[in-house]
Design a binder for this molecule. Structure first.
Ligand SMILES: Nc1ncnc2c1ncn2[C@@H]1O[C@H](COP(=O)(O)OP(=O)(O)O)[C@@H](O)[C@H]1O
Ligand SMILES: CC(=O)N[C@@H](CCC(=O)OP(=O)(O)O)C(=O)O
Length: 258
């Protein structure tokens, strides 16, 4: 069976040129077929702020009004995506940058108001086209996916990059690929003590997740990340790991299980 690794790189690394270059070195050296999904939330916040636009997050999601949608489209689909593609090309990886609109690879719908919160132009995913992605991969290309989707009616929508990574991995698994999903961020894994990098929790399943959220060990952006990771495992993604960017290609970090 075909093996594919989906790596998601978060905003803190995208923001740090040196760490991003190191991550891309490791990604380029990773054997086998692969997909890179990038975030860039921190860069979007910076660019928006320079334009006098304030960023507002609710439960890890950016409230995306029409002005903010223009910013995230430029930052994720342009600045961040194209720089990563160029850097991968310089490392001998034939990367192709995609938003969900390109080749209709990820279709979504505008998130309805939830609990009185209007998220604006935020997309909840309906369908990711694993068949199309696999055909690119089989053709020797390495997809680099931006956290943008489309609604099929001409509108770009902003979708969290952790969700894009999970939906991509799930779509590849549905096509029969043996898929590994790796969430890279700035810490060594999910920590039992936020101040102790040595306190990585080796595995987390659904029940453990609920317990760790209830006692406050897991909070903030880690909640949607693990929710997405659990959904991926449930949908047949073979292995899901949350780890430090420096660890990709190794098995260290937190493994998410059923
Ligand atoms: N138990 C935990 N272990 C590690 N990080 C945690 C934990 N609980 C909350 N976090 C927070 O989750 C953040 C990761 O989520 P997020 O910022 O969305 O990631 P990304 O860098 O991938 O965009 C970490 O920076 C950390 O502050
Ligand atoms: C809807 C929504 O929240 N979209 C995210 C997309 C970027 C992202 O997820 O980036 P990180 O991985 O760097 O956090 C946002 O605009 O922040």
């Amino acid at each position: 069976m075909e093996q594919v690794t989906v790596i998601k790189v978060g905003g803190a690394i995208v923001e740090d040129a040196e760490r991003l270059a190191q991550l891309l070195d490791r990604f380029a050296a990773l054997p086998g077929q692969k997909v890179l999904v990038h975030g860039g939330g921190r860069r979007a916040t910076k660019v928006a702020s320079a334009l006098g636009i304030e960023s507002k997050m609710v439960e890890g999601r950016r409230i995306t009004d029409a002005e903010m949608l223009e910013v995230v489209t430029m930052v994720y689909g342009g600045l961040v995506n194209k720089n990563i593609v160029a850097q991968l090309q310089s490392r001998g990886v034939n990367a192709v940058g995609l938003t969900g609109a390109d080749m209709n690879v990820i279709r979504s719908h505008k998130r309805p108001k939830k609990d009185g919160v209007d998220y604006g132009f935020v997309g909840d995913v309906d369908k990711a086209d694993g068949h199309r992605l696999l055909s690119l991969i089989r053709g020797g290309l390495t997809p680099v996916m931006a956290p943008l989707t489309h609604d099929g009616m001409g509108h770009i929508l902003n979708t969290n990059a952790d969700t894009i990574a999970a939906e991509t991995a799930k779509a590849l698994a549905r096509e029969g690929a043996s898929t590994t999903l790796v969430y890279c961020f700035e810490k060594a894994g999910v920590l039992a003590d936020p101040d102790d990098e040595g306190s990585v929790i080796s595995t987390i399943n659904h029940d453990e997740f609920v317990r760790l959220v209830a006692n406050g060990t897991i909070s903030g952006g880690m909640i949607p990340k693990i929710t997405n990771a659990l959904a991926a495992v449930d949908a047949g993604v073979e292995r899901v790991i949350i780890t430090k960017a420096e660890n990709i290609g190794t098995s260290t970090g937190t493994v998410i299980t059923r």
